[in-house]
Design a protein around this ligand. Structure first.
Ligand SMILES: [Zn+2]
Length: 388
């Protein structure tokens, strides 16, 4: 287990209660396992033992987005709902001539929605080298530049920006408190901050992938309460907070808008701990045990695993622990994965299944198991085992 320890990003407390060991098979030799814990002082749930900042840097440089799910019609529905929610939160608080900057804007989806809603003074930065081109191609935006969060103050005139958007960002940052302190020092007195994070209180709302919210990249888990508390620590008060329902398969999103308020009295407000995290972990554990039992009870002589994403990264250590020794290989249709290793297994393209005509194919995916198993049954004679 990784031993880089950090204190609570919300209150700086250093007493935690462990909740879950999120053990991942090493990806290309990089162990991205971490421990989920709750802060005793303020109740915040976060990864308190995790890979070093250098390991995260190596991960984001070469392996990030390694497990992008296959295209799905639901994605555009979820993204549309997220964009609509952001526009609805901003509308009463940002005038039509407001200057808005989206930090971590990706291909510009939110900026495109803001443009369509009538705002025109827009900026965006994203670390992905292809982001400016994507934004131009997909949304006809020429306001996106390549850059990281800590470069925002040099790339943009943050003091003259009315709204900063941080959507799908804060749950990723190994030094979230320090990053926010630097950002809030660089913005204007009247600059507002729009935040979107996965809503902890909805982790077990729909049918869900076991431990799926403990992805490689998500290392803090905000509830409406703990997000408010973090910003109170930074001298900001919440103007608006709402949880948006997303389609099954996606965690509901928490949106909140913050404004500077040095007199904020929320600093010492206790954070509610009835956020459902223990229920989520217990139900995830029961689902994982059932999935492992399905595999170990299967009479197959050899097995091939289909899918080399986070689901398999979590499953492999459990199968090895259960003594499963019939795994002959691992395939995935994502060409970026070819030749990399997940735990002891080399990732190959699905053509490798040709060498194992009698092996049972284990579909290692929650969200895509139906699509994958239908395609396999239509094209191959191998027995197919689904887990859910
Ligand atoms: Zn704390």
């Amino acid at each position: 287990m990784n031993q880089h320890t950090r204190c609570c990003p919300v209150c700086r407390g250093d007493h935690t209660v462990p909740l879950h060991l999120n053990t991942h098979a090493a990806l290309d030799g990089l162990d991205m396992s971490y421990r989920v814990a709750r802060c005793v002082s303020c109740g915040f749930v976060f990864a308190d033992q995790l890979p070093s900042p250098a390991a995260y840097a190596a991960y984001y440089r070469s392996l990030s987005k390694y497990d992008i799910a296959p295209g799905s019609g639901d994605l555009s529905v979820a993204d549309r709902l997220r964009c609509d929610a952001a526009v609805a939160v901003l509308r009463p608080h940002a005038k039509p001539d407001a200057r808005i900057a989206d930090l971590g804007c990706g291909s510009g989806m939110l900026l495109g929605a803001l443009k369509a809603a009538g705002w025109s003074r827009l900026d965006g930065i994203d670390p992905a080298p292809g982001a400016p081109h994507q934004a131009s191609q997909q949304f006809e935006l020429d306001c996106v530049r390549c850059g990281t969060l800590d470069q925002a103050a040099t790339l943009l005139d943050l003091a003259a920006t009315d709204v900063i958007c941080l959507t799908g960002v804060l749950e990723h940052l190994p030094q979230v408190r320090e990053d926010l302190e630097a950002l809030t020092a660089a913005i204007g007195d009247d600059t507002r901050i729009l935040v979107e994070v996965p809503a902890l209180e909805r982790f077990a709302h729909h049918s869900f992938e076991p431990h799926g919210e403990f992805s490689l990249e998500h290392i803090q888990y905000f509830s409406a309460d703990s997000l408010k508390r973090l910003f109170a620590e930074l001298g900001f008060t919440s103007l608006s907070s709402t949880i948006v329902d997303l389609p099954p398969g996606y965690c509901d999103s928490l949106f909140a808008l913050f404004a500077r308020d040095p007199a904020t009295a929320e600093r010492s407000a206790p954070t509610a701990t009835n956020d459902g995290i223990k229920d989520y972990i217990a139900r995830s554990e029961a689902m994982t045990r059932a999935a492992v039992a399905r595999i170990t009870a299967c009479p197959a002589k050899t097995m091939m695993i289909y899918g080399a994403g986070s689901h398999t990264a979590r499953l492999l250590p459990r199968l090895i622990e259960a003594g499963e020794s019939r795994l002959a290989g691992l395939v995935d249709s994502n060409p970026n994965l070819r030749g990399k290793r997940l735990g002891p297994l080399l990732i190959e393209t699905p053509d490798a299944l040709d060498r194992h005509p009698d092996a049972t194919i284990v579909v290692s995916s929650f969200r895509s198991q139906q699509t994958i198993s239908d395609a396999l049954r239509a094209s191959r004679s191998n027995p197919v085992l689904t887990l859910y």
